[in-house]
Design a protein around this ligand. Structure first.
Ligand code: ATP
Length: 134
């Protein structure tokens, strides 16, 4: 059986994941990267995306990650994310409402609308809904 590495995903609000995994694939800002036990040490920023991993039982898991940093050590990966949710914890109704809100703001283009913020909210909502439908 493959050797495991320890994965920890932390946000300012909570500890989202703390478990042994066989392999993980994360959304690095320079592109997706994979890590197995024994990987060379490195540090990278993360972009909005999906963190996938195989848990100790070989089951594939999916996580929403809204940017942050990853520290990869040979036996441990630590992810510090602005927000993160396991697929099962993603609230579809909330994400759908956030998507509609952002779309309305972007369509109305009111003078006081922060378009960059609305676009970022839209990207988060779309990513959450995509993971939920995976
Ligand atoms: P909203 O407008 O619905 O708050 P958001 O994209 O602005 O969405 P974030 O700033 O990314 O929200 O996250 C704030 C907190 O709410 C985080 O703890 C995050 O995990 C949680 N959260 C946001 N949206 C969802 C969702 N659809 N399902 C589960 N948790 C969510």
């Amino acid at each position: 059986m493959a050797e495991k590495l320890f994965l920890e995903v932390v946000t300012p609000q909570k500890l989202v994941v703390s478990e042994e995994v066989e392999i993980l694939v994360a959304p690095g800002s320079e592109g997706e990267f994979g890590a197995l036990k024994g990987h060379t040490t490195f540090l990278t920023s993360l972009k909005l995306g999906t963190l996938r991993y195989k848990d100790a039982n070989g089951k594939e898991r999916f996580l929403f990650i809204n940017g942050g940093f990853a520290e990869v050590l040979p036996d441990k990966v630590t992810i510090l994310a602005e927000s993160a949710e396991r697929r099962k914890d993603i609230d579809v109704e909330r994400a759908t409402k956030a998507k509609e809100r952002a779309e309305q703001r972007l369509a109305a283009k009111a003078a006081d609308t922060d378009l960059v913020r609305a676009e970022a909210a839209l990207r988060r909502a779309i990513q959450r809904l995509k993971i939920k439908s995976t």
